[in-house]
Every structure is written in structure tokens, then in C-alpha cells.
Design a protein around this ligand. Structure first.
Ligand SMILES: [Zn+2]
Length: 689
């Protein structure tokens, strides 16, 4: 917002993003038709005492003149009083809500106009890394269930996504952390324990160790790994969180339909029951449908089947704590209104809130946290996870010397969640509803990043059918960069995609070894043969040289947007990295005609210096996605580890030793094809994809 009126000092000294009031204005005054570029439109608005405008945002620039009354503009950084005579100017995409806090009607005039260049500039600014606001950014990959190890379907999703996201933010100077943990109290751990004849706590501890080892092999850096059955104070904090939630109107004890085993009488949920999804009809497990993402309460599944006996399950009411999502709908919608929510989750939210179901948040079970330490019910592990995120932040803060309190989450926290689509209901609907109940004073600011199913040769990953590639089978120091780059390129960001070993090997050998490494080795050979192994200074710049520098800058800007908070897409980022190398090879081939010409010596060394600048840009831009490669390439260019995101393409200092000739970045050779897993166990096909 830019100041026009000197009347309010805040307007003169602060630039913020503001919540937006357009919808209210257009509703009242019929100004809804699109403005012609540059042609100002005008309207005026009235807000009754106690009323407020609808949160909105748009591409037009806009000015308000407060004609009468008094109120407050609510912005990301707080609330500011406004009154008669104030003039406010908003840039494209700025947000605000205007509230009438006085006794009289607040009247304001509104002028707005569309300028495409301004809108494009503002959109690009918004896509930059998290602004240097000083806010900590907590990036969560969904805590894996410790009932098995991680395969590349899991790894390609939340874990790779959150790792790259966090690395990019850190390179941009943002205080960002990657947090996850072992979701020990899952019913699937009990199922696994039954199959293995072990205790659930042993199974959870064992697979938590395996999962951590696999994440390390994948170069997934973690700042916090919470082991829920062992973490200090975890249980007591969960009980306190749950106590606050159940004190709220939206959570109450309720007799809701439930399923019981027809033979043993055991309560059935999650792992122990399957059937047809009441929403889409697809085969699904208890409580959630992997296909459409809708929750169920088991008793509403079509033709349910118990895993405990062959007898048909029996439905009857059972008393459990339940959350009323109808009562919580306004909180959930309010939360989602102004954060990053992928369209498929918005569609799921509308479908779920439309029916406003009551969802049990406790279940009769032996494995889990009892709400008050007694009774036969446990806090369902998914609501528990809502608290687990806050616990992780506090535990991280204790090590970092920060007073982050799990019982008093802060509006200053920026939270980012990465998860598979089938967890969308929990993360984006249930958790905001629970937070509104347990911590109503908190306005959570959470971005959501989702992935769809990754297929292996056209089918879902499945351990039981021996249809999986486990992380440990394919990951080694020699292969990890190629795996990360290939999974980034092909991971299912908006629809199901397919992994095949042949496609991976073709990418590794053709694109990475022959393309990337081949270009870098050839460049190294030129530097060795003609410049004594050190980078030449640029000499004369031709028109094509200038054009290529401009191309590098465009590519830098594009990768920056692809890894940034708003437009985050690893598919796009790796396509852009491939494009960067392709452009460098094109430039290299064209420039080669200058080689050895005495009269073009100055132009030739410019061409070589520019290629070294392209290699430097590649090292920096690839570092979040393929950190070993980025750092190794940076080292070969005499630059050391990549510690900051580049602000521009930059030439290598003349005389720097270059060690690109013969360098191997993608393994000593073709890694032997790992055998498929010999394990033949029943696991969830995707643990928490
Ligand atoms: Zn479904």
C-alpha cells in the first residue's frame, strides 16, 4: 500500500500486503464488469457498524477514500485504524479487510484500474522466496507410519518435496526447517505387529530406524524427527491439546454408528476393515478413501469386510469424542481463504463441508494415547498428529534456543505441509478445525503441497505383490543425485505419473551423463588445453554473447519461481535445469567456430567464460534438488559449497582453477540394477504417501 494522505503516519511508513474488499463493493454497486486496461472504474461502499468486507484479492490497483465513519484495516501485520479523510492506495494483489468499528455507517469511495505491466510485476514479486520478514518457516513432510520402510513412491512425494523446498529457502537466507517424525501410534503399526508376532512399540522403533536410514540415503536433511512413543513430554502435551479441543463446542461425546467384528465383537476401524467408499464407491480402507480422499466412519462403507474374522461386521452406535465439521466449517473456510490450497483440496473441502459430518476423534483401542490416561479409548492418531506438529516446533525451538510453545502457537509461524493427496482431509480440513477448537486465539498460516500416486510400471506400489522399489535398493552416494533429479522431474504433482526403471536409466545415461556431464567435461577440456586449466577473463562481447547472458538471467528467474513458495514445482524446476544445459550446449556448438581463430581470440574467451558462468548457475540452481551434484560442480569451478541462491548469473573470477575435464558427477558408471524386494509382506501400499 502506498501513502497518499499524510493524515495517517502508518500509511506513510509501511508497505504491506493487505486483505481486500472488492467483493463487497461489487455486490453492493454492481461494478462487477471487467475494467478495460488503464480505464479507471469507480464505486463506493457502505459498511454497517460491526460489519466487515469480504476477503478478496485481484489484479487491479485500487484506492480508497474514507468519506465518513471509522474502522480498521486488517493486514498481515496487524490492524490499523482508519477514519474520515484517509486515502489508501493498494497495489495489485495486495490484501485487506476493512471493518467498521464505529457507531455510524462507514462510507468510502473506491477507484480501481487495471495495468497489465503492474500486475505482472506484482505477481512475479509475490512468487519470490518467503519475504525477508524474519518469520520462521516450518516445513513438514507427513510423518511416515513405522510399519515398513520407504519406497521411491514415498520418497518422491512429501520427503523430496519438503527437502528441496527447505534447502531453497535456506539458500535464500530464510530461517526454514524441515520437520517430520515417526507416527508411532498408527493402527497400521498394530496390524504389522500382529503379522510379525511382535509388540507394536518394537515394530515402531524398528521401522522408525529403517525410515531414518533411508531418508539419510536420499540426502533428506531433517531438523527435527519426533519419535512419538518416546519423545519427552509428548503424551502429556497431547492430552493437554485434546483437553482444550474437547472443551470447545465443536467437539463432544457422541453416539455415532460404528462397526464391530461379527465373530469377536472387536471394534473395527482403519487397518482392520475395508469396503466400498461411501463417496466414490472405490475399494477403500477404514476411515479414509485413497481414491477420492473423502473420510468415512466405517459404518457407512459399502459391504464392509473385517480383517479379524470371516463374519460380516455388525453396525451399532458407540460413544466416542467426535468433531462436528458442520460447526467447524466457517473456521476451515476462513483458514483456507487466504493460504495456498491446491484446487483438488479445495474441491474435497467443499464436498466434505457440504455434508458437515461428525467424525470420531477417539477410538476404542489399546495402542495410542488415552485422553485422560484412563478408559478404553485412545486419541485417534490423526488428531494426535495435529498436535505433533506443534510439539515438533517446540522441541526444535528448545535446541535452537527459541521460546516456541506448543501450547501457544504463534501467528508469526509460517507452516508448510507436504503430503500425499489421500492425507488431504486430515491436513487441510480436520487440523484447521481442531486448531480452531484447541487454540482459538491462533490464526494458523499454513501452505499445502500435495502429490498424487506414483505408479511403478503402471500399477500402484505394492509390497504384497512384490511391486516396489525400496529406497535402500536404489540409493547410494553414486546414484542419489540421479534418483533425486529423475523423481523431481517425474513425480506426480497434479496427476498420477509412472516410474519405470528403463526411463530412469535412459534419463541418467542420456540426459545426465551424456548431456550434462558431457558438456561440462568438454568445457573442462577446452579450459585445460587452451587456458592452462584456469578460467579465462571475458574479452570482447558480441551481440550473441549479450543475448546469451540475458538468456541465463531469464533461466535463473524461472528456476527461482519454480522453487519458490507460491509456484513450487519440482517437475518444472528440473525441466528448467535441463533447458539450461540444453541452451549451454547450443551456445557451445555455435561458439566453437571461433576456436583457434587469431582474430577472434577475445570473443572466444568470452564464449568460454560465459559457459563457465552457465556451469556456475547450474551448480547453484541444481543445489536444492541435487545437493551433491551442485556442491561437486561448484567445487570443480573453484567455488566451494553452494551457500546462497544467486542474484544474477555471474562470471568465474579469471585465473580460477577449473577441474571439469574428466570429472564424474553421476556415478562411476551404470549402477547395477537392484533386484526387486524379496520381502513378501502385507503392508499399506503407501505408508503416508
Ligand atoms: Zn472415495
Amino acid at each position: 500500500m502506498n501513502p497518499i494522505s499524510p493524515r495517517n503516519a502508518w500509511h506513510e511508513t509501511h508497505e504491506h500486503r493487505h486483505r481486500r474488499v472488492r467483493a463487497g463493493l461489487r455486490d453492493r454497486h454492481g461494478g462487477g464488469r471487467a475494467a478495460r486496461p488503464g480505464a479507471p472504474q469507480a464505486a463506493w461502499g457502505r459498511i454497517a457498524p460491526g460489519g466487515r468486507t469480504v476477503l478478496h484479492r485481484h489484479d487491479e490497483a485500487e484506492s480508497f477514500v474514507i468519506l465518513s465513519g471509522q474502522g480498521e484495516v486488517e493486514t498481515d501485520t496487524g490492524r490499523v485504524p482508519v477514519s474520515q479523510g484517509d486515502i489508501l492506495a493498494f497495489e495489485p494483489f495486495e490484501r485487506h479487510v476493512l471493518e467498521n468499528t464505529g457507531k455510524d455507517v462507514l462510507v468510502f469511495a473506491d477507484l480501481y484500474w487495471r495495468t497489465p505491466a503492474e500486475a505482472a510485476r506484482a505477481a512475479a514479486t509475490a512468487a519470490a522466496p518467503h519475504a525477508a520478514s524474519g518469520r520462521p518457516v516450518f516445513v513438514f513432510s507427513t510423518p511416515p507410519t513405522p510399519n515398513g520402510d520407504l519406497h521411491i513412491g514415498h520418497l518422491s512425494g512429501p520427503y523430496l518435496g519438503a527437502d528441496v523446498y527447505t534447502r531453497f529457502q535456506k539458500l535464500n537466507g530464510v530461517e526454514a526447517y524441515h520437520l517430520t517424525g515417526s507416527d508411532d501410534f498408527q493402527s497400521y503399526v498394530v496390524g504389522r505387529a500382529r503379522d510379525e508376532g511382535r509388540a507394536p512399540q518394537d515394530v515402531a522403533a524398528h521401522y522408525a530406524g529403517e525410515i531414518r536410514a533411508t531418508l539419510a540415503l536420499m540426502d533428506i536433511h531433517l531438523d527435527q524427527f519426533t519419535i512419538t512413543q518416546a519423545a519427552s513430554g509428548y503424551v502429556e502435551g497431547a492430552q493437554a491439546f485434546f483437553g482444550r479441543a474437547t472443551a470447545h463446542d465443536s467437539v463432544a461425546m457422541a453416539d455415532l454408528p460404528a462397526l464391530f467384528d461379527g465373530d469377536t465383537g472387536a471394534y473395527l476401524y482403519e487397518v482392520d476393515v475395508s469396503g466400498g467408499c461411501p463417496g466414490c464407491g472405490a475399494p477403500c480402507g477404514g476411515n479414509i478413501c485413497e481414491e477420492c480422499g473423502a473420510p468415512n466412519i466405517c459404518a457407512d462403507m459399502r459391504a464392509p469386510v473385517s480383517r479379524l474374522s470371516h463374519a460380516a461386521p455388525v453396525a451399532r452406535p458407540a460413544a466416542r469424542w467426535a468433531i462436528d465439521l458442520g460447526a467447524a466449517a466457517a473456521s476451515v473456510r476462513g483458514h483456507q481463504a487466504d493460504t495456498r490450497v491446491p484446487p483438488r483440496i479445495r474441491a474435497l473441502t467443499e464436498a466434505v463441508l457440504h455434508t458437515g459430518p461428525r467424525i470420531p476423534v477417539t477410538h476404542p483401542a489399546d495402542w495410542g494415547i488415552r485422553p485422560d490416561g484412563t478408559g478404553d479409548q485412545v486419541i485417534w492418531v490423526w488428531p494426535e498428529m495435529a498436535y505433533g506438529f506443534l510439539y515438533g516446533i517446540e522441541a526444535l525451538g528448545q535446541r535452537a534456543g527459541r521460546a516456541w510453545d506448543k501450547a501457544a502457537p504463534s501467528d508469526d509461524w509460517k507452516i508448510v505441509h507436504f503430503f500425499g493427496y489421500d492425507n488431504s482431509f486430515y491436513h487441510a480440513i480436520l487440523y484447521p478445525a481442531l486448531y480452531a477448537a484447541a487454540n482459538p486465539e491462533w490464526t494458523p498460516d499454513i501452505d499445502y503441497h500435495v502429490n498424487e500416486f506414483y505408479l511403478l510400471d503402471g500399477l500402484k506400489f505394492s509390497t504384497s505383490r512384490r511391486h516396489a522399489i525400496w529406497g535402500k535398493e536404489i540409493l547410494s552416494p553414486e546414484t542419489v543425485d540421479a534418483v533425486r533429479l529423475f523423481l523431481s522431474l517425474t513425480r506426480p504433482e497434479v496427476e498420477r505419473t509412472n516410474f519405470s526403471r528403463a526411463a530412469f536409466e535412459a534419463f541418467r545415461d542420456g540426459v545426465l551423463v551424456e548431456g550434462w556431464q558431457g558438456w561440462l567435461n568438454g568445457l573442462g577440456a577446452i579450459v585445460s588445453e587452451e587456458f592452462g586449466g584456469t578460467g579465462p577473463d571475458a574479452g570482447t562481447w558480441s551481440i550473441e554473447h549479450r543475448a546469451y547472458l540475458a538468456e541465463l538471467e531469464r533461466q535463473r528467474v524461472a528456476v527461482t519461481a519454480a522453487l519458490g513458495a507460491d509456484g513450487f514445482s519440482l517437475n518444472r524446476a528440473v525441466r528448467l535445469l535441463c533447458d539450461l544445459v540444453e541452451g549451454a550446449r547450443h551456445f557451445s556448438t555455435a561458439s566453437a567456430h571461433l576456436r583457434g581463430l587469431a582474430g577472434e581470440r577475445d570473443a572466444w574467451r568470452t564464449a568460454v567464460a560465459l559457459q563457465l558462468a552457465a556451469a556456475r548457475l547450474l551448480a547453484c540452481c541444481a543445489a536444492p534438488v541435487a545437493p551433491r551434484f551442485g556442491n561437486a560442480l561448484s567445487g570443480a569451478l573453484g567455488l566451494g559449497e553452494v551457500t546462497a541462491w544467486p542474484g544474477a548469473p555471474e562470471l568465474i573470477a579469471p585465473g580460477t582453477g577449473i577441474a571439469l575435464a574428466g570429472a564424474t558427477f553421476f556415478g562411476p558408471g551404470r549402477p547395477s540394477a537392484p533386484a526387486l524386494s524379496p520381502l513378501n509382506r502385507t503392508r499399506r501400499e503407501r505408508i503416508t504417501p
